[in-house]
Write a protein that binds this ligand. Structure first.
Ligand code: FES
Ligand code: FES
Length: 195
């Protein structure tokens, strides 16, 4: 809130919208501190994809409906297409590139093994939404996992594979979303695209 106010100006005694002039945005992305000169109203989605080259966060509807751009902002799921730069100041952001090291985590593995994607465009957002669920509750129920995906749409799969992946995750009652198996690199299994 303090950061928000610092970036606002007063017009006729009232706080107006954030100033359009560039400011130094400092925040952490996947554990790394990043500083950039950006317009306060620049979208987090564009900063991640264009400035930082993190194209795993996808762009689709751009109006907060599809969830393809889901990231974790301060540990909570957020649509990067609706988050402005000034709202990220001093906060941690996690993207799909940061959920696992070299190996798949349990969520990614469940999606891979159950064929829970076709084009894969919705998948990073779904993984991030589920990551948020597991952070809040390490042993979520099937209903809680489904609830966690209510903001994410898929245009290809018909959802049956996704539901199977959720079922697998709920039955396994994974203790952690960190890597539990050695399946090779996520990028190799799931090559990123520049779409
Ligand atoms: S691109 Fe952000 S919700 Fe669809
Ligand atoms: S797999 Fe294509 S949009 Fe979900």
């Amino acid at each position: 809130m303090e950061n928000d106010l610092l970036l606002c100006r007063r017009v006729n005694g009232r706080v107006a919208s954030p100033m359009p002039s560039p400011f130094t945005l400092t925040f952490t992305v996947n554990g790394q501190t990043v500083s950039l000169e950006v317009d306060p109203t620049r979208r987090l989605l564009d900063i991640l994809r264009k400035d930082l080259g993190l194209t795993g966060t996808k762009v689709s509807c751009e109006i907060g409906r599809c969830g393809a751009c889901t990231v974790l902002l301060d540990g909570k799921p957020a649509n990067a297409c609706l988050i402005m730069a000034y709202q990220c100041a001093g906060k941690p952001v996690q993207t799909i590139e940061g959920v696992a090291d070299e190996d798949l985590n349990a969520i990614q593995r469940a999606f891979l093994e159950e064929g829970a994607f076709q084009c894969g465009y919705c998948t990073p957002g779904m993984i991030m939404a589920l990551e948020a669920v597991f952070r809040q509750k390490p042993k979520p129920t099937m209903e809680e996992l489904k609830e966690g995906l209510t903001g994410n749409l898929c245009r290809c799969t018909g959802y049956s594979g996704i539901v199977r992946a959720l079922d697998r995750l709920s039955r396994r009652r994974v203790e952690s979303t960190r890597a539990i198996d050695r399946l090779g690199s996520f990028r190799r299994a799931w090559p990123d695209t520049q779409r």
